[in-house]
Design a protein around this ligand. Structure first.
Ligand SMILES: *Cc1c(COP(=O)(O)O)cnc(C)c1O
Length: 397
């Protein structure tokens, strides 16, 4: 019998839909996937070269648990330069991906019955990571009218004596919207007043369009910094998803616990990947701008294509690489054997009948929406939206 804990969670919906799409492709079906959560760009050559050099130099052994000092220093410099944040080495821990950093932090912070506030739509892993660590996720519903952002008032209503933390993700996966300084100030004030931690997942920080500027909640003032764990990594900004490297920066006592947990589970992150990450942070940054310009074109193309489909509406995201269209008008429709009761039926229908893979909003706690990643070619965006349009036109009441 598996543990009660393991029984509480489900596999990551985004990863499982993507693998189903890959399976269909392997069987020869021409599937277009909007399900992936990773850049379709290759890791920059200078970063790869740094890993190759590390290998050739024999940098192939265990490293310090929390990451090599050289990488910690590069991260500290990055946080200073980009986010106006000052950290010491003992306030930074490098892990095997930002997802792993988030997991370690969950292990370090939550005790049984602790409540953790998670605004919805949320990234798929937050609730399950809370559950795996005996905490209780407490959701806040948000709406399109407020760009899917949680207001301080809405957060305030959910705070109880058992609330331990709030998880924020900005720019957001799945919505593409971000918290500005004003929103963050209100949330920071609440966190300080109620002595809550803020887990601030800023992995899409570099992917913001139209000159929107990223502000880290930790940078607002020393009081909120003391309660914030900043999460970031290399997967999205440097197209390094397969390298499995991310980091957390926060109060020394929390980071010490994170390091202890890591020392008893995965030990250190991969040695030569850490050398590559130093190059990612310290080398030329032009790659990001090029990728961003391409994503920007696709963003506009996809969103206008979606809005041209009868019954679909999509507000223009301001960051990350996802569109989050509203498909509520199709709930309750059907054709043949298909009855669309919600976003999950919609995703299944589009996958099987139109050979288009995307993630249902239900996976993110937002029924009536679907998430489409535009980290794919213009050609796929064109063909995919036209398939969706055709498939939806067959649905009726
Ligand atoms: C991709 C992603 C992560 C995890 O990134 P890794 O560093 O590859 O583990 C964390 N948070 C969000 C919101 C993401 O989309």
């Amino acid at each position: 019998m598996i543990s009660e804990r393991a029984g509480k969670i489900k596999p990551s919906a985004t990863l499982s839909i993507d693998s189903k799409a890959k399976e269909m492709k392997a069987m020869g079906v021409d599937v277009i996937s909007f399900a992936v959560g990773e850049p379709d760009f290759d890791t920059p050559d200078n970063v790869k070269a740094a890993a190759v050099k590390a290998l050739n130099d024999g940098f192939t052994k265990y490293t310090p648990v929390g990451g090599i000092p050289q990488l910690k220093d590069a991260i500290i410099e990055k946080l200073r330069r980009d986010n106006s944040l000052e950290y010491m080495r003992d306030e930074v821990v490098v892990s095997c991906g930002a997802k792993h950093s988030l997991y370690n932090v969950a292990q370090a912070l939550y005790s049984p019955q602790d409540e953790v506030i998670v605004p919805a739509p949320y990234w798929v892993s937050y609730p399950d990571q809370v559950l795996l660590n005996d905490g209780i996720p407490v959701f806040i519903e948000t709406g399109e009218d407020n760009k899917f952002l949680a207001t301080p008032e809405a957060i305030s209503e959910k705070i109880t004596s058992r609330t331990k933390a709030i998880i924020l993700n900005y720019p957001s996966n799945p919505t593409g919207f971000t918290y500005g300084r004003n929103n963050l100030e209100g949330i920071a004030e609440l966190a300080v007043k109620h002595n809550l931690y803020v887990i601030s997942d800023e992995i899409y920080e570099k992917l913001l369009y139209n000159g929107v500027k990223h502000v880290s909640i930790a940078s607002l003032d020393p009081e909120i910094k003391k309660r914030t764990v900043v999460i970031n990594g290399f997967s999205k900004a440097y197209a390094m998803t397969g390298w499995r490297l991310g980091y957390a920066a926060g109060p020394a006592d929390v980071m010490k616990a994170v390091e202890n947990i890591q020392s008893q589970s995965t030990s250190n992150p991969t040695s030569f990947a850490q050398k590559a990450a130093v190059e990612a942070l310290e080398g030329p940054q032009e790659f990001i701008g090029r990728m961003l310009a391409e994503f920007d074109k696709r963003r506009k193309f996809l969103v206008s294509g979606l809005n041209a489909i009868d019954g679909v509406s999509c507000i223009m995201p301001e960051g990350a690489f996802y569109a989050f269209p509203n498909v509520k008008k199709y709930v309750g429709t059907g054709t043949g054997k298909w009855r669309i009761q919600g976003s999950s039926d919609m995703a299944m229908y589009l996958l099987e009948e139109a050979h288009v893979a995307l993630v249902p909003g239900s996976a993110f706690g937002a029924e009536g929406y679907i998430r489409m990643s535009y980290a794919t070619s213009m050609e796929n965006l064109r063909e995919g939206t036209s398939r969706i349009k055709e498939a939806l036109s067959k649905l009726s009441r």
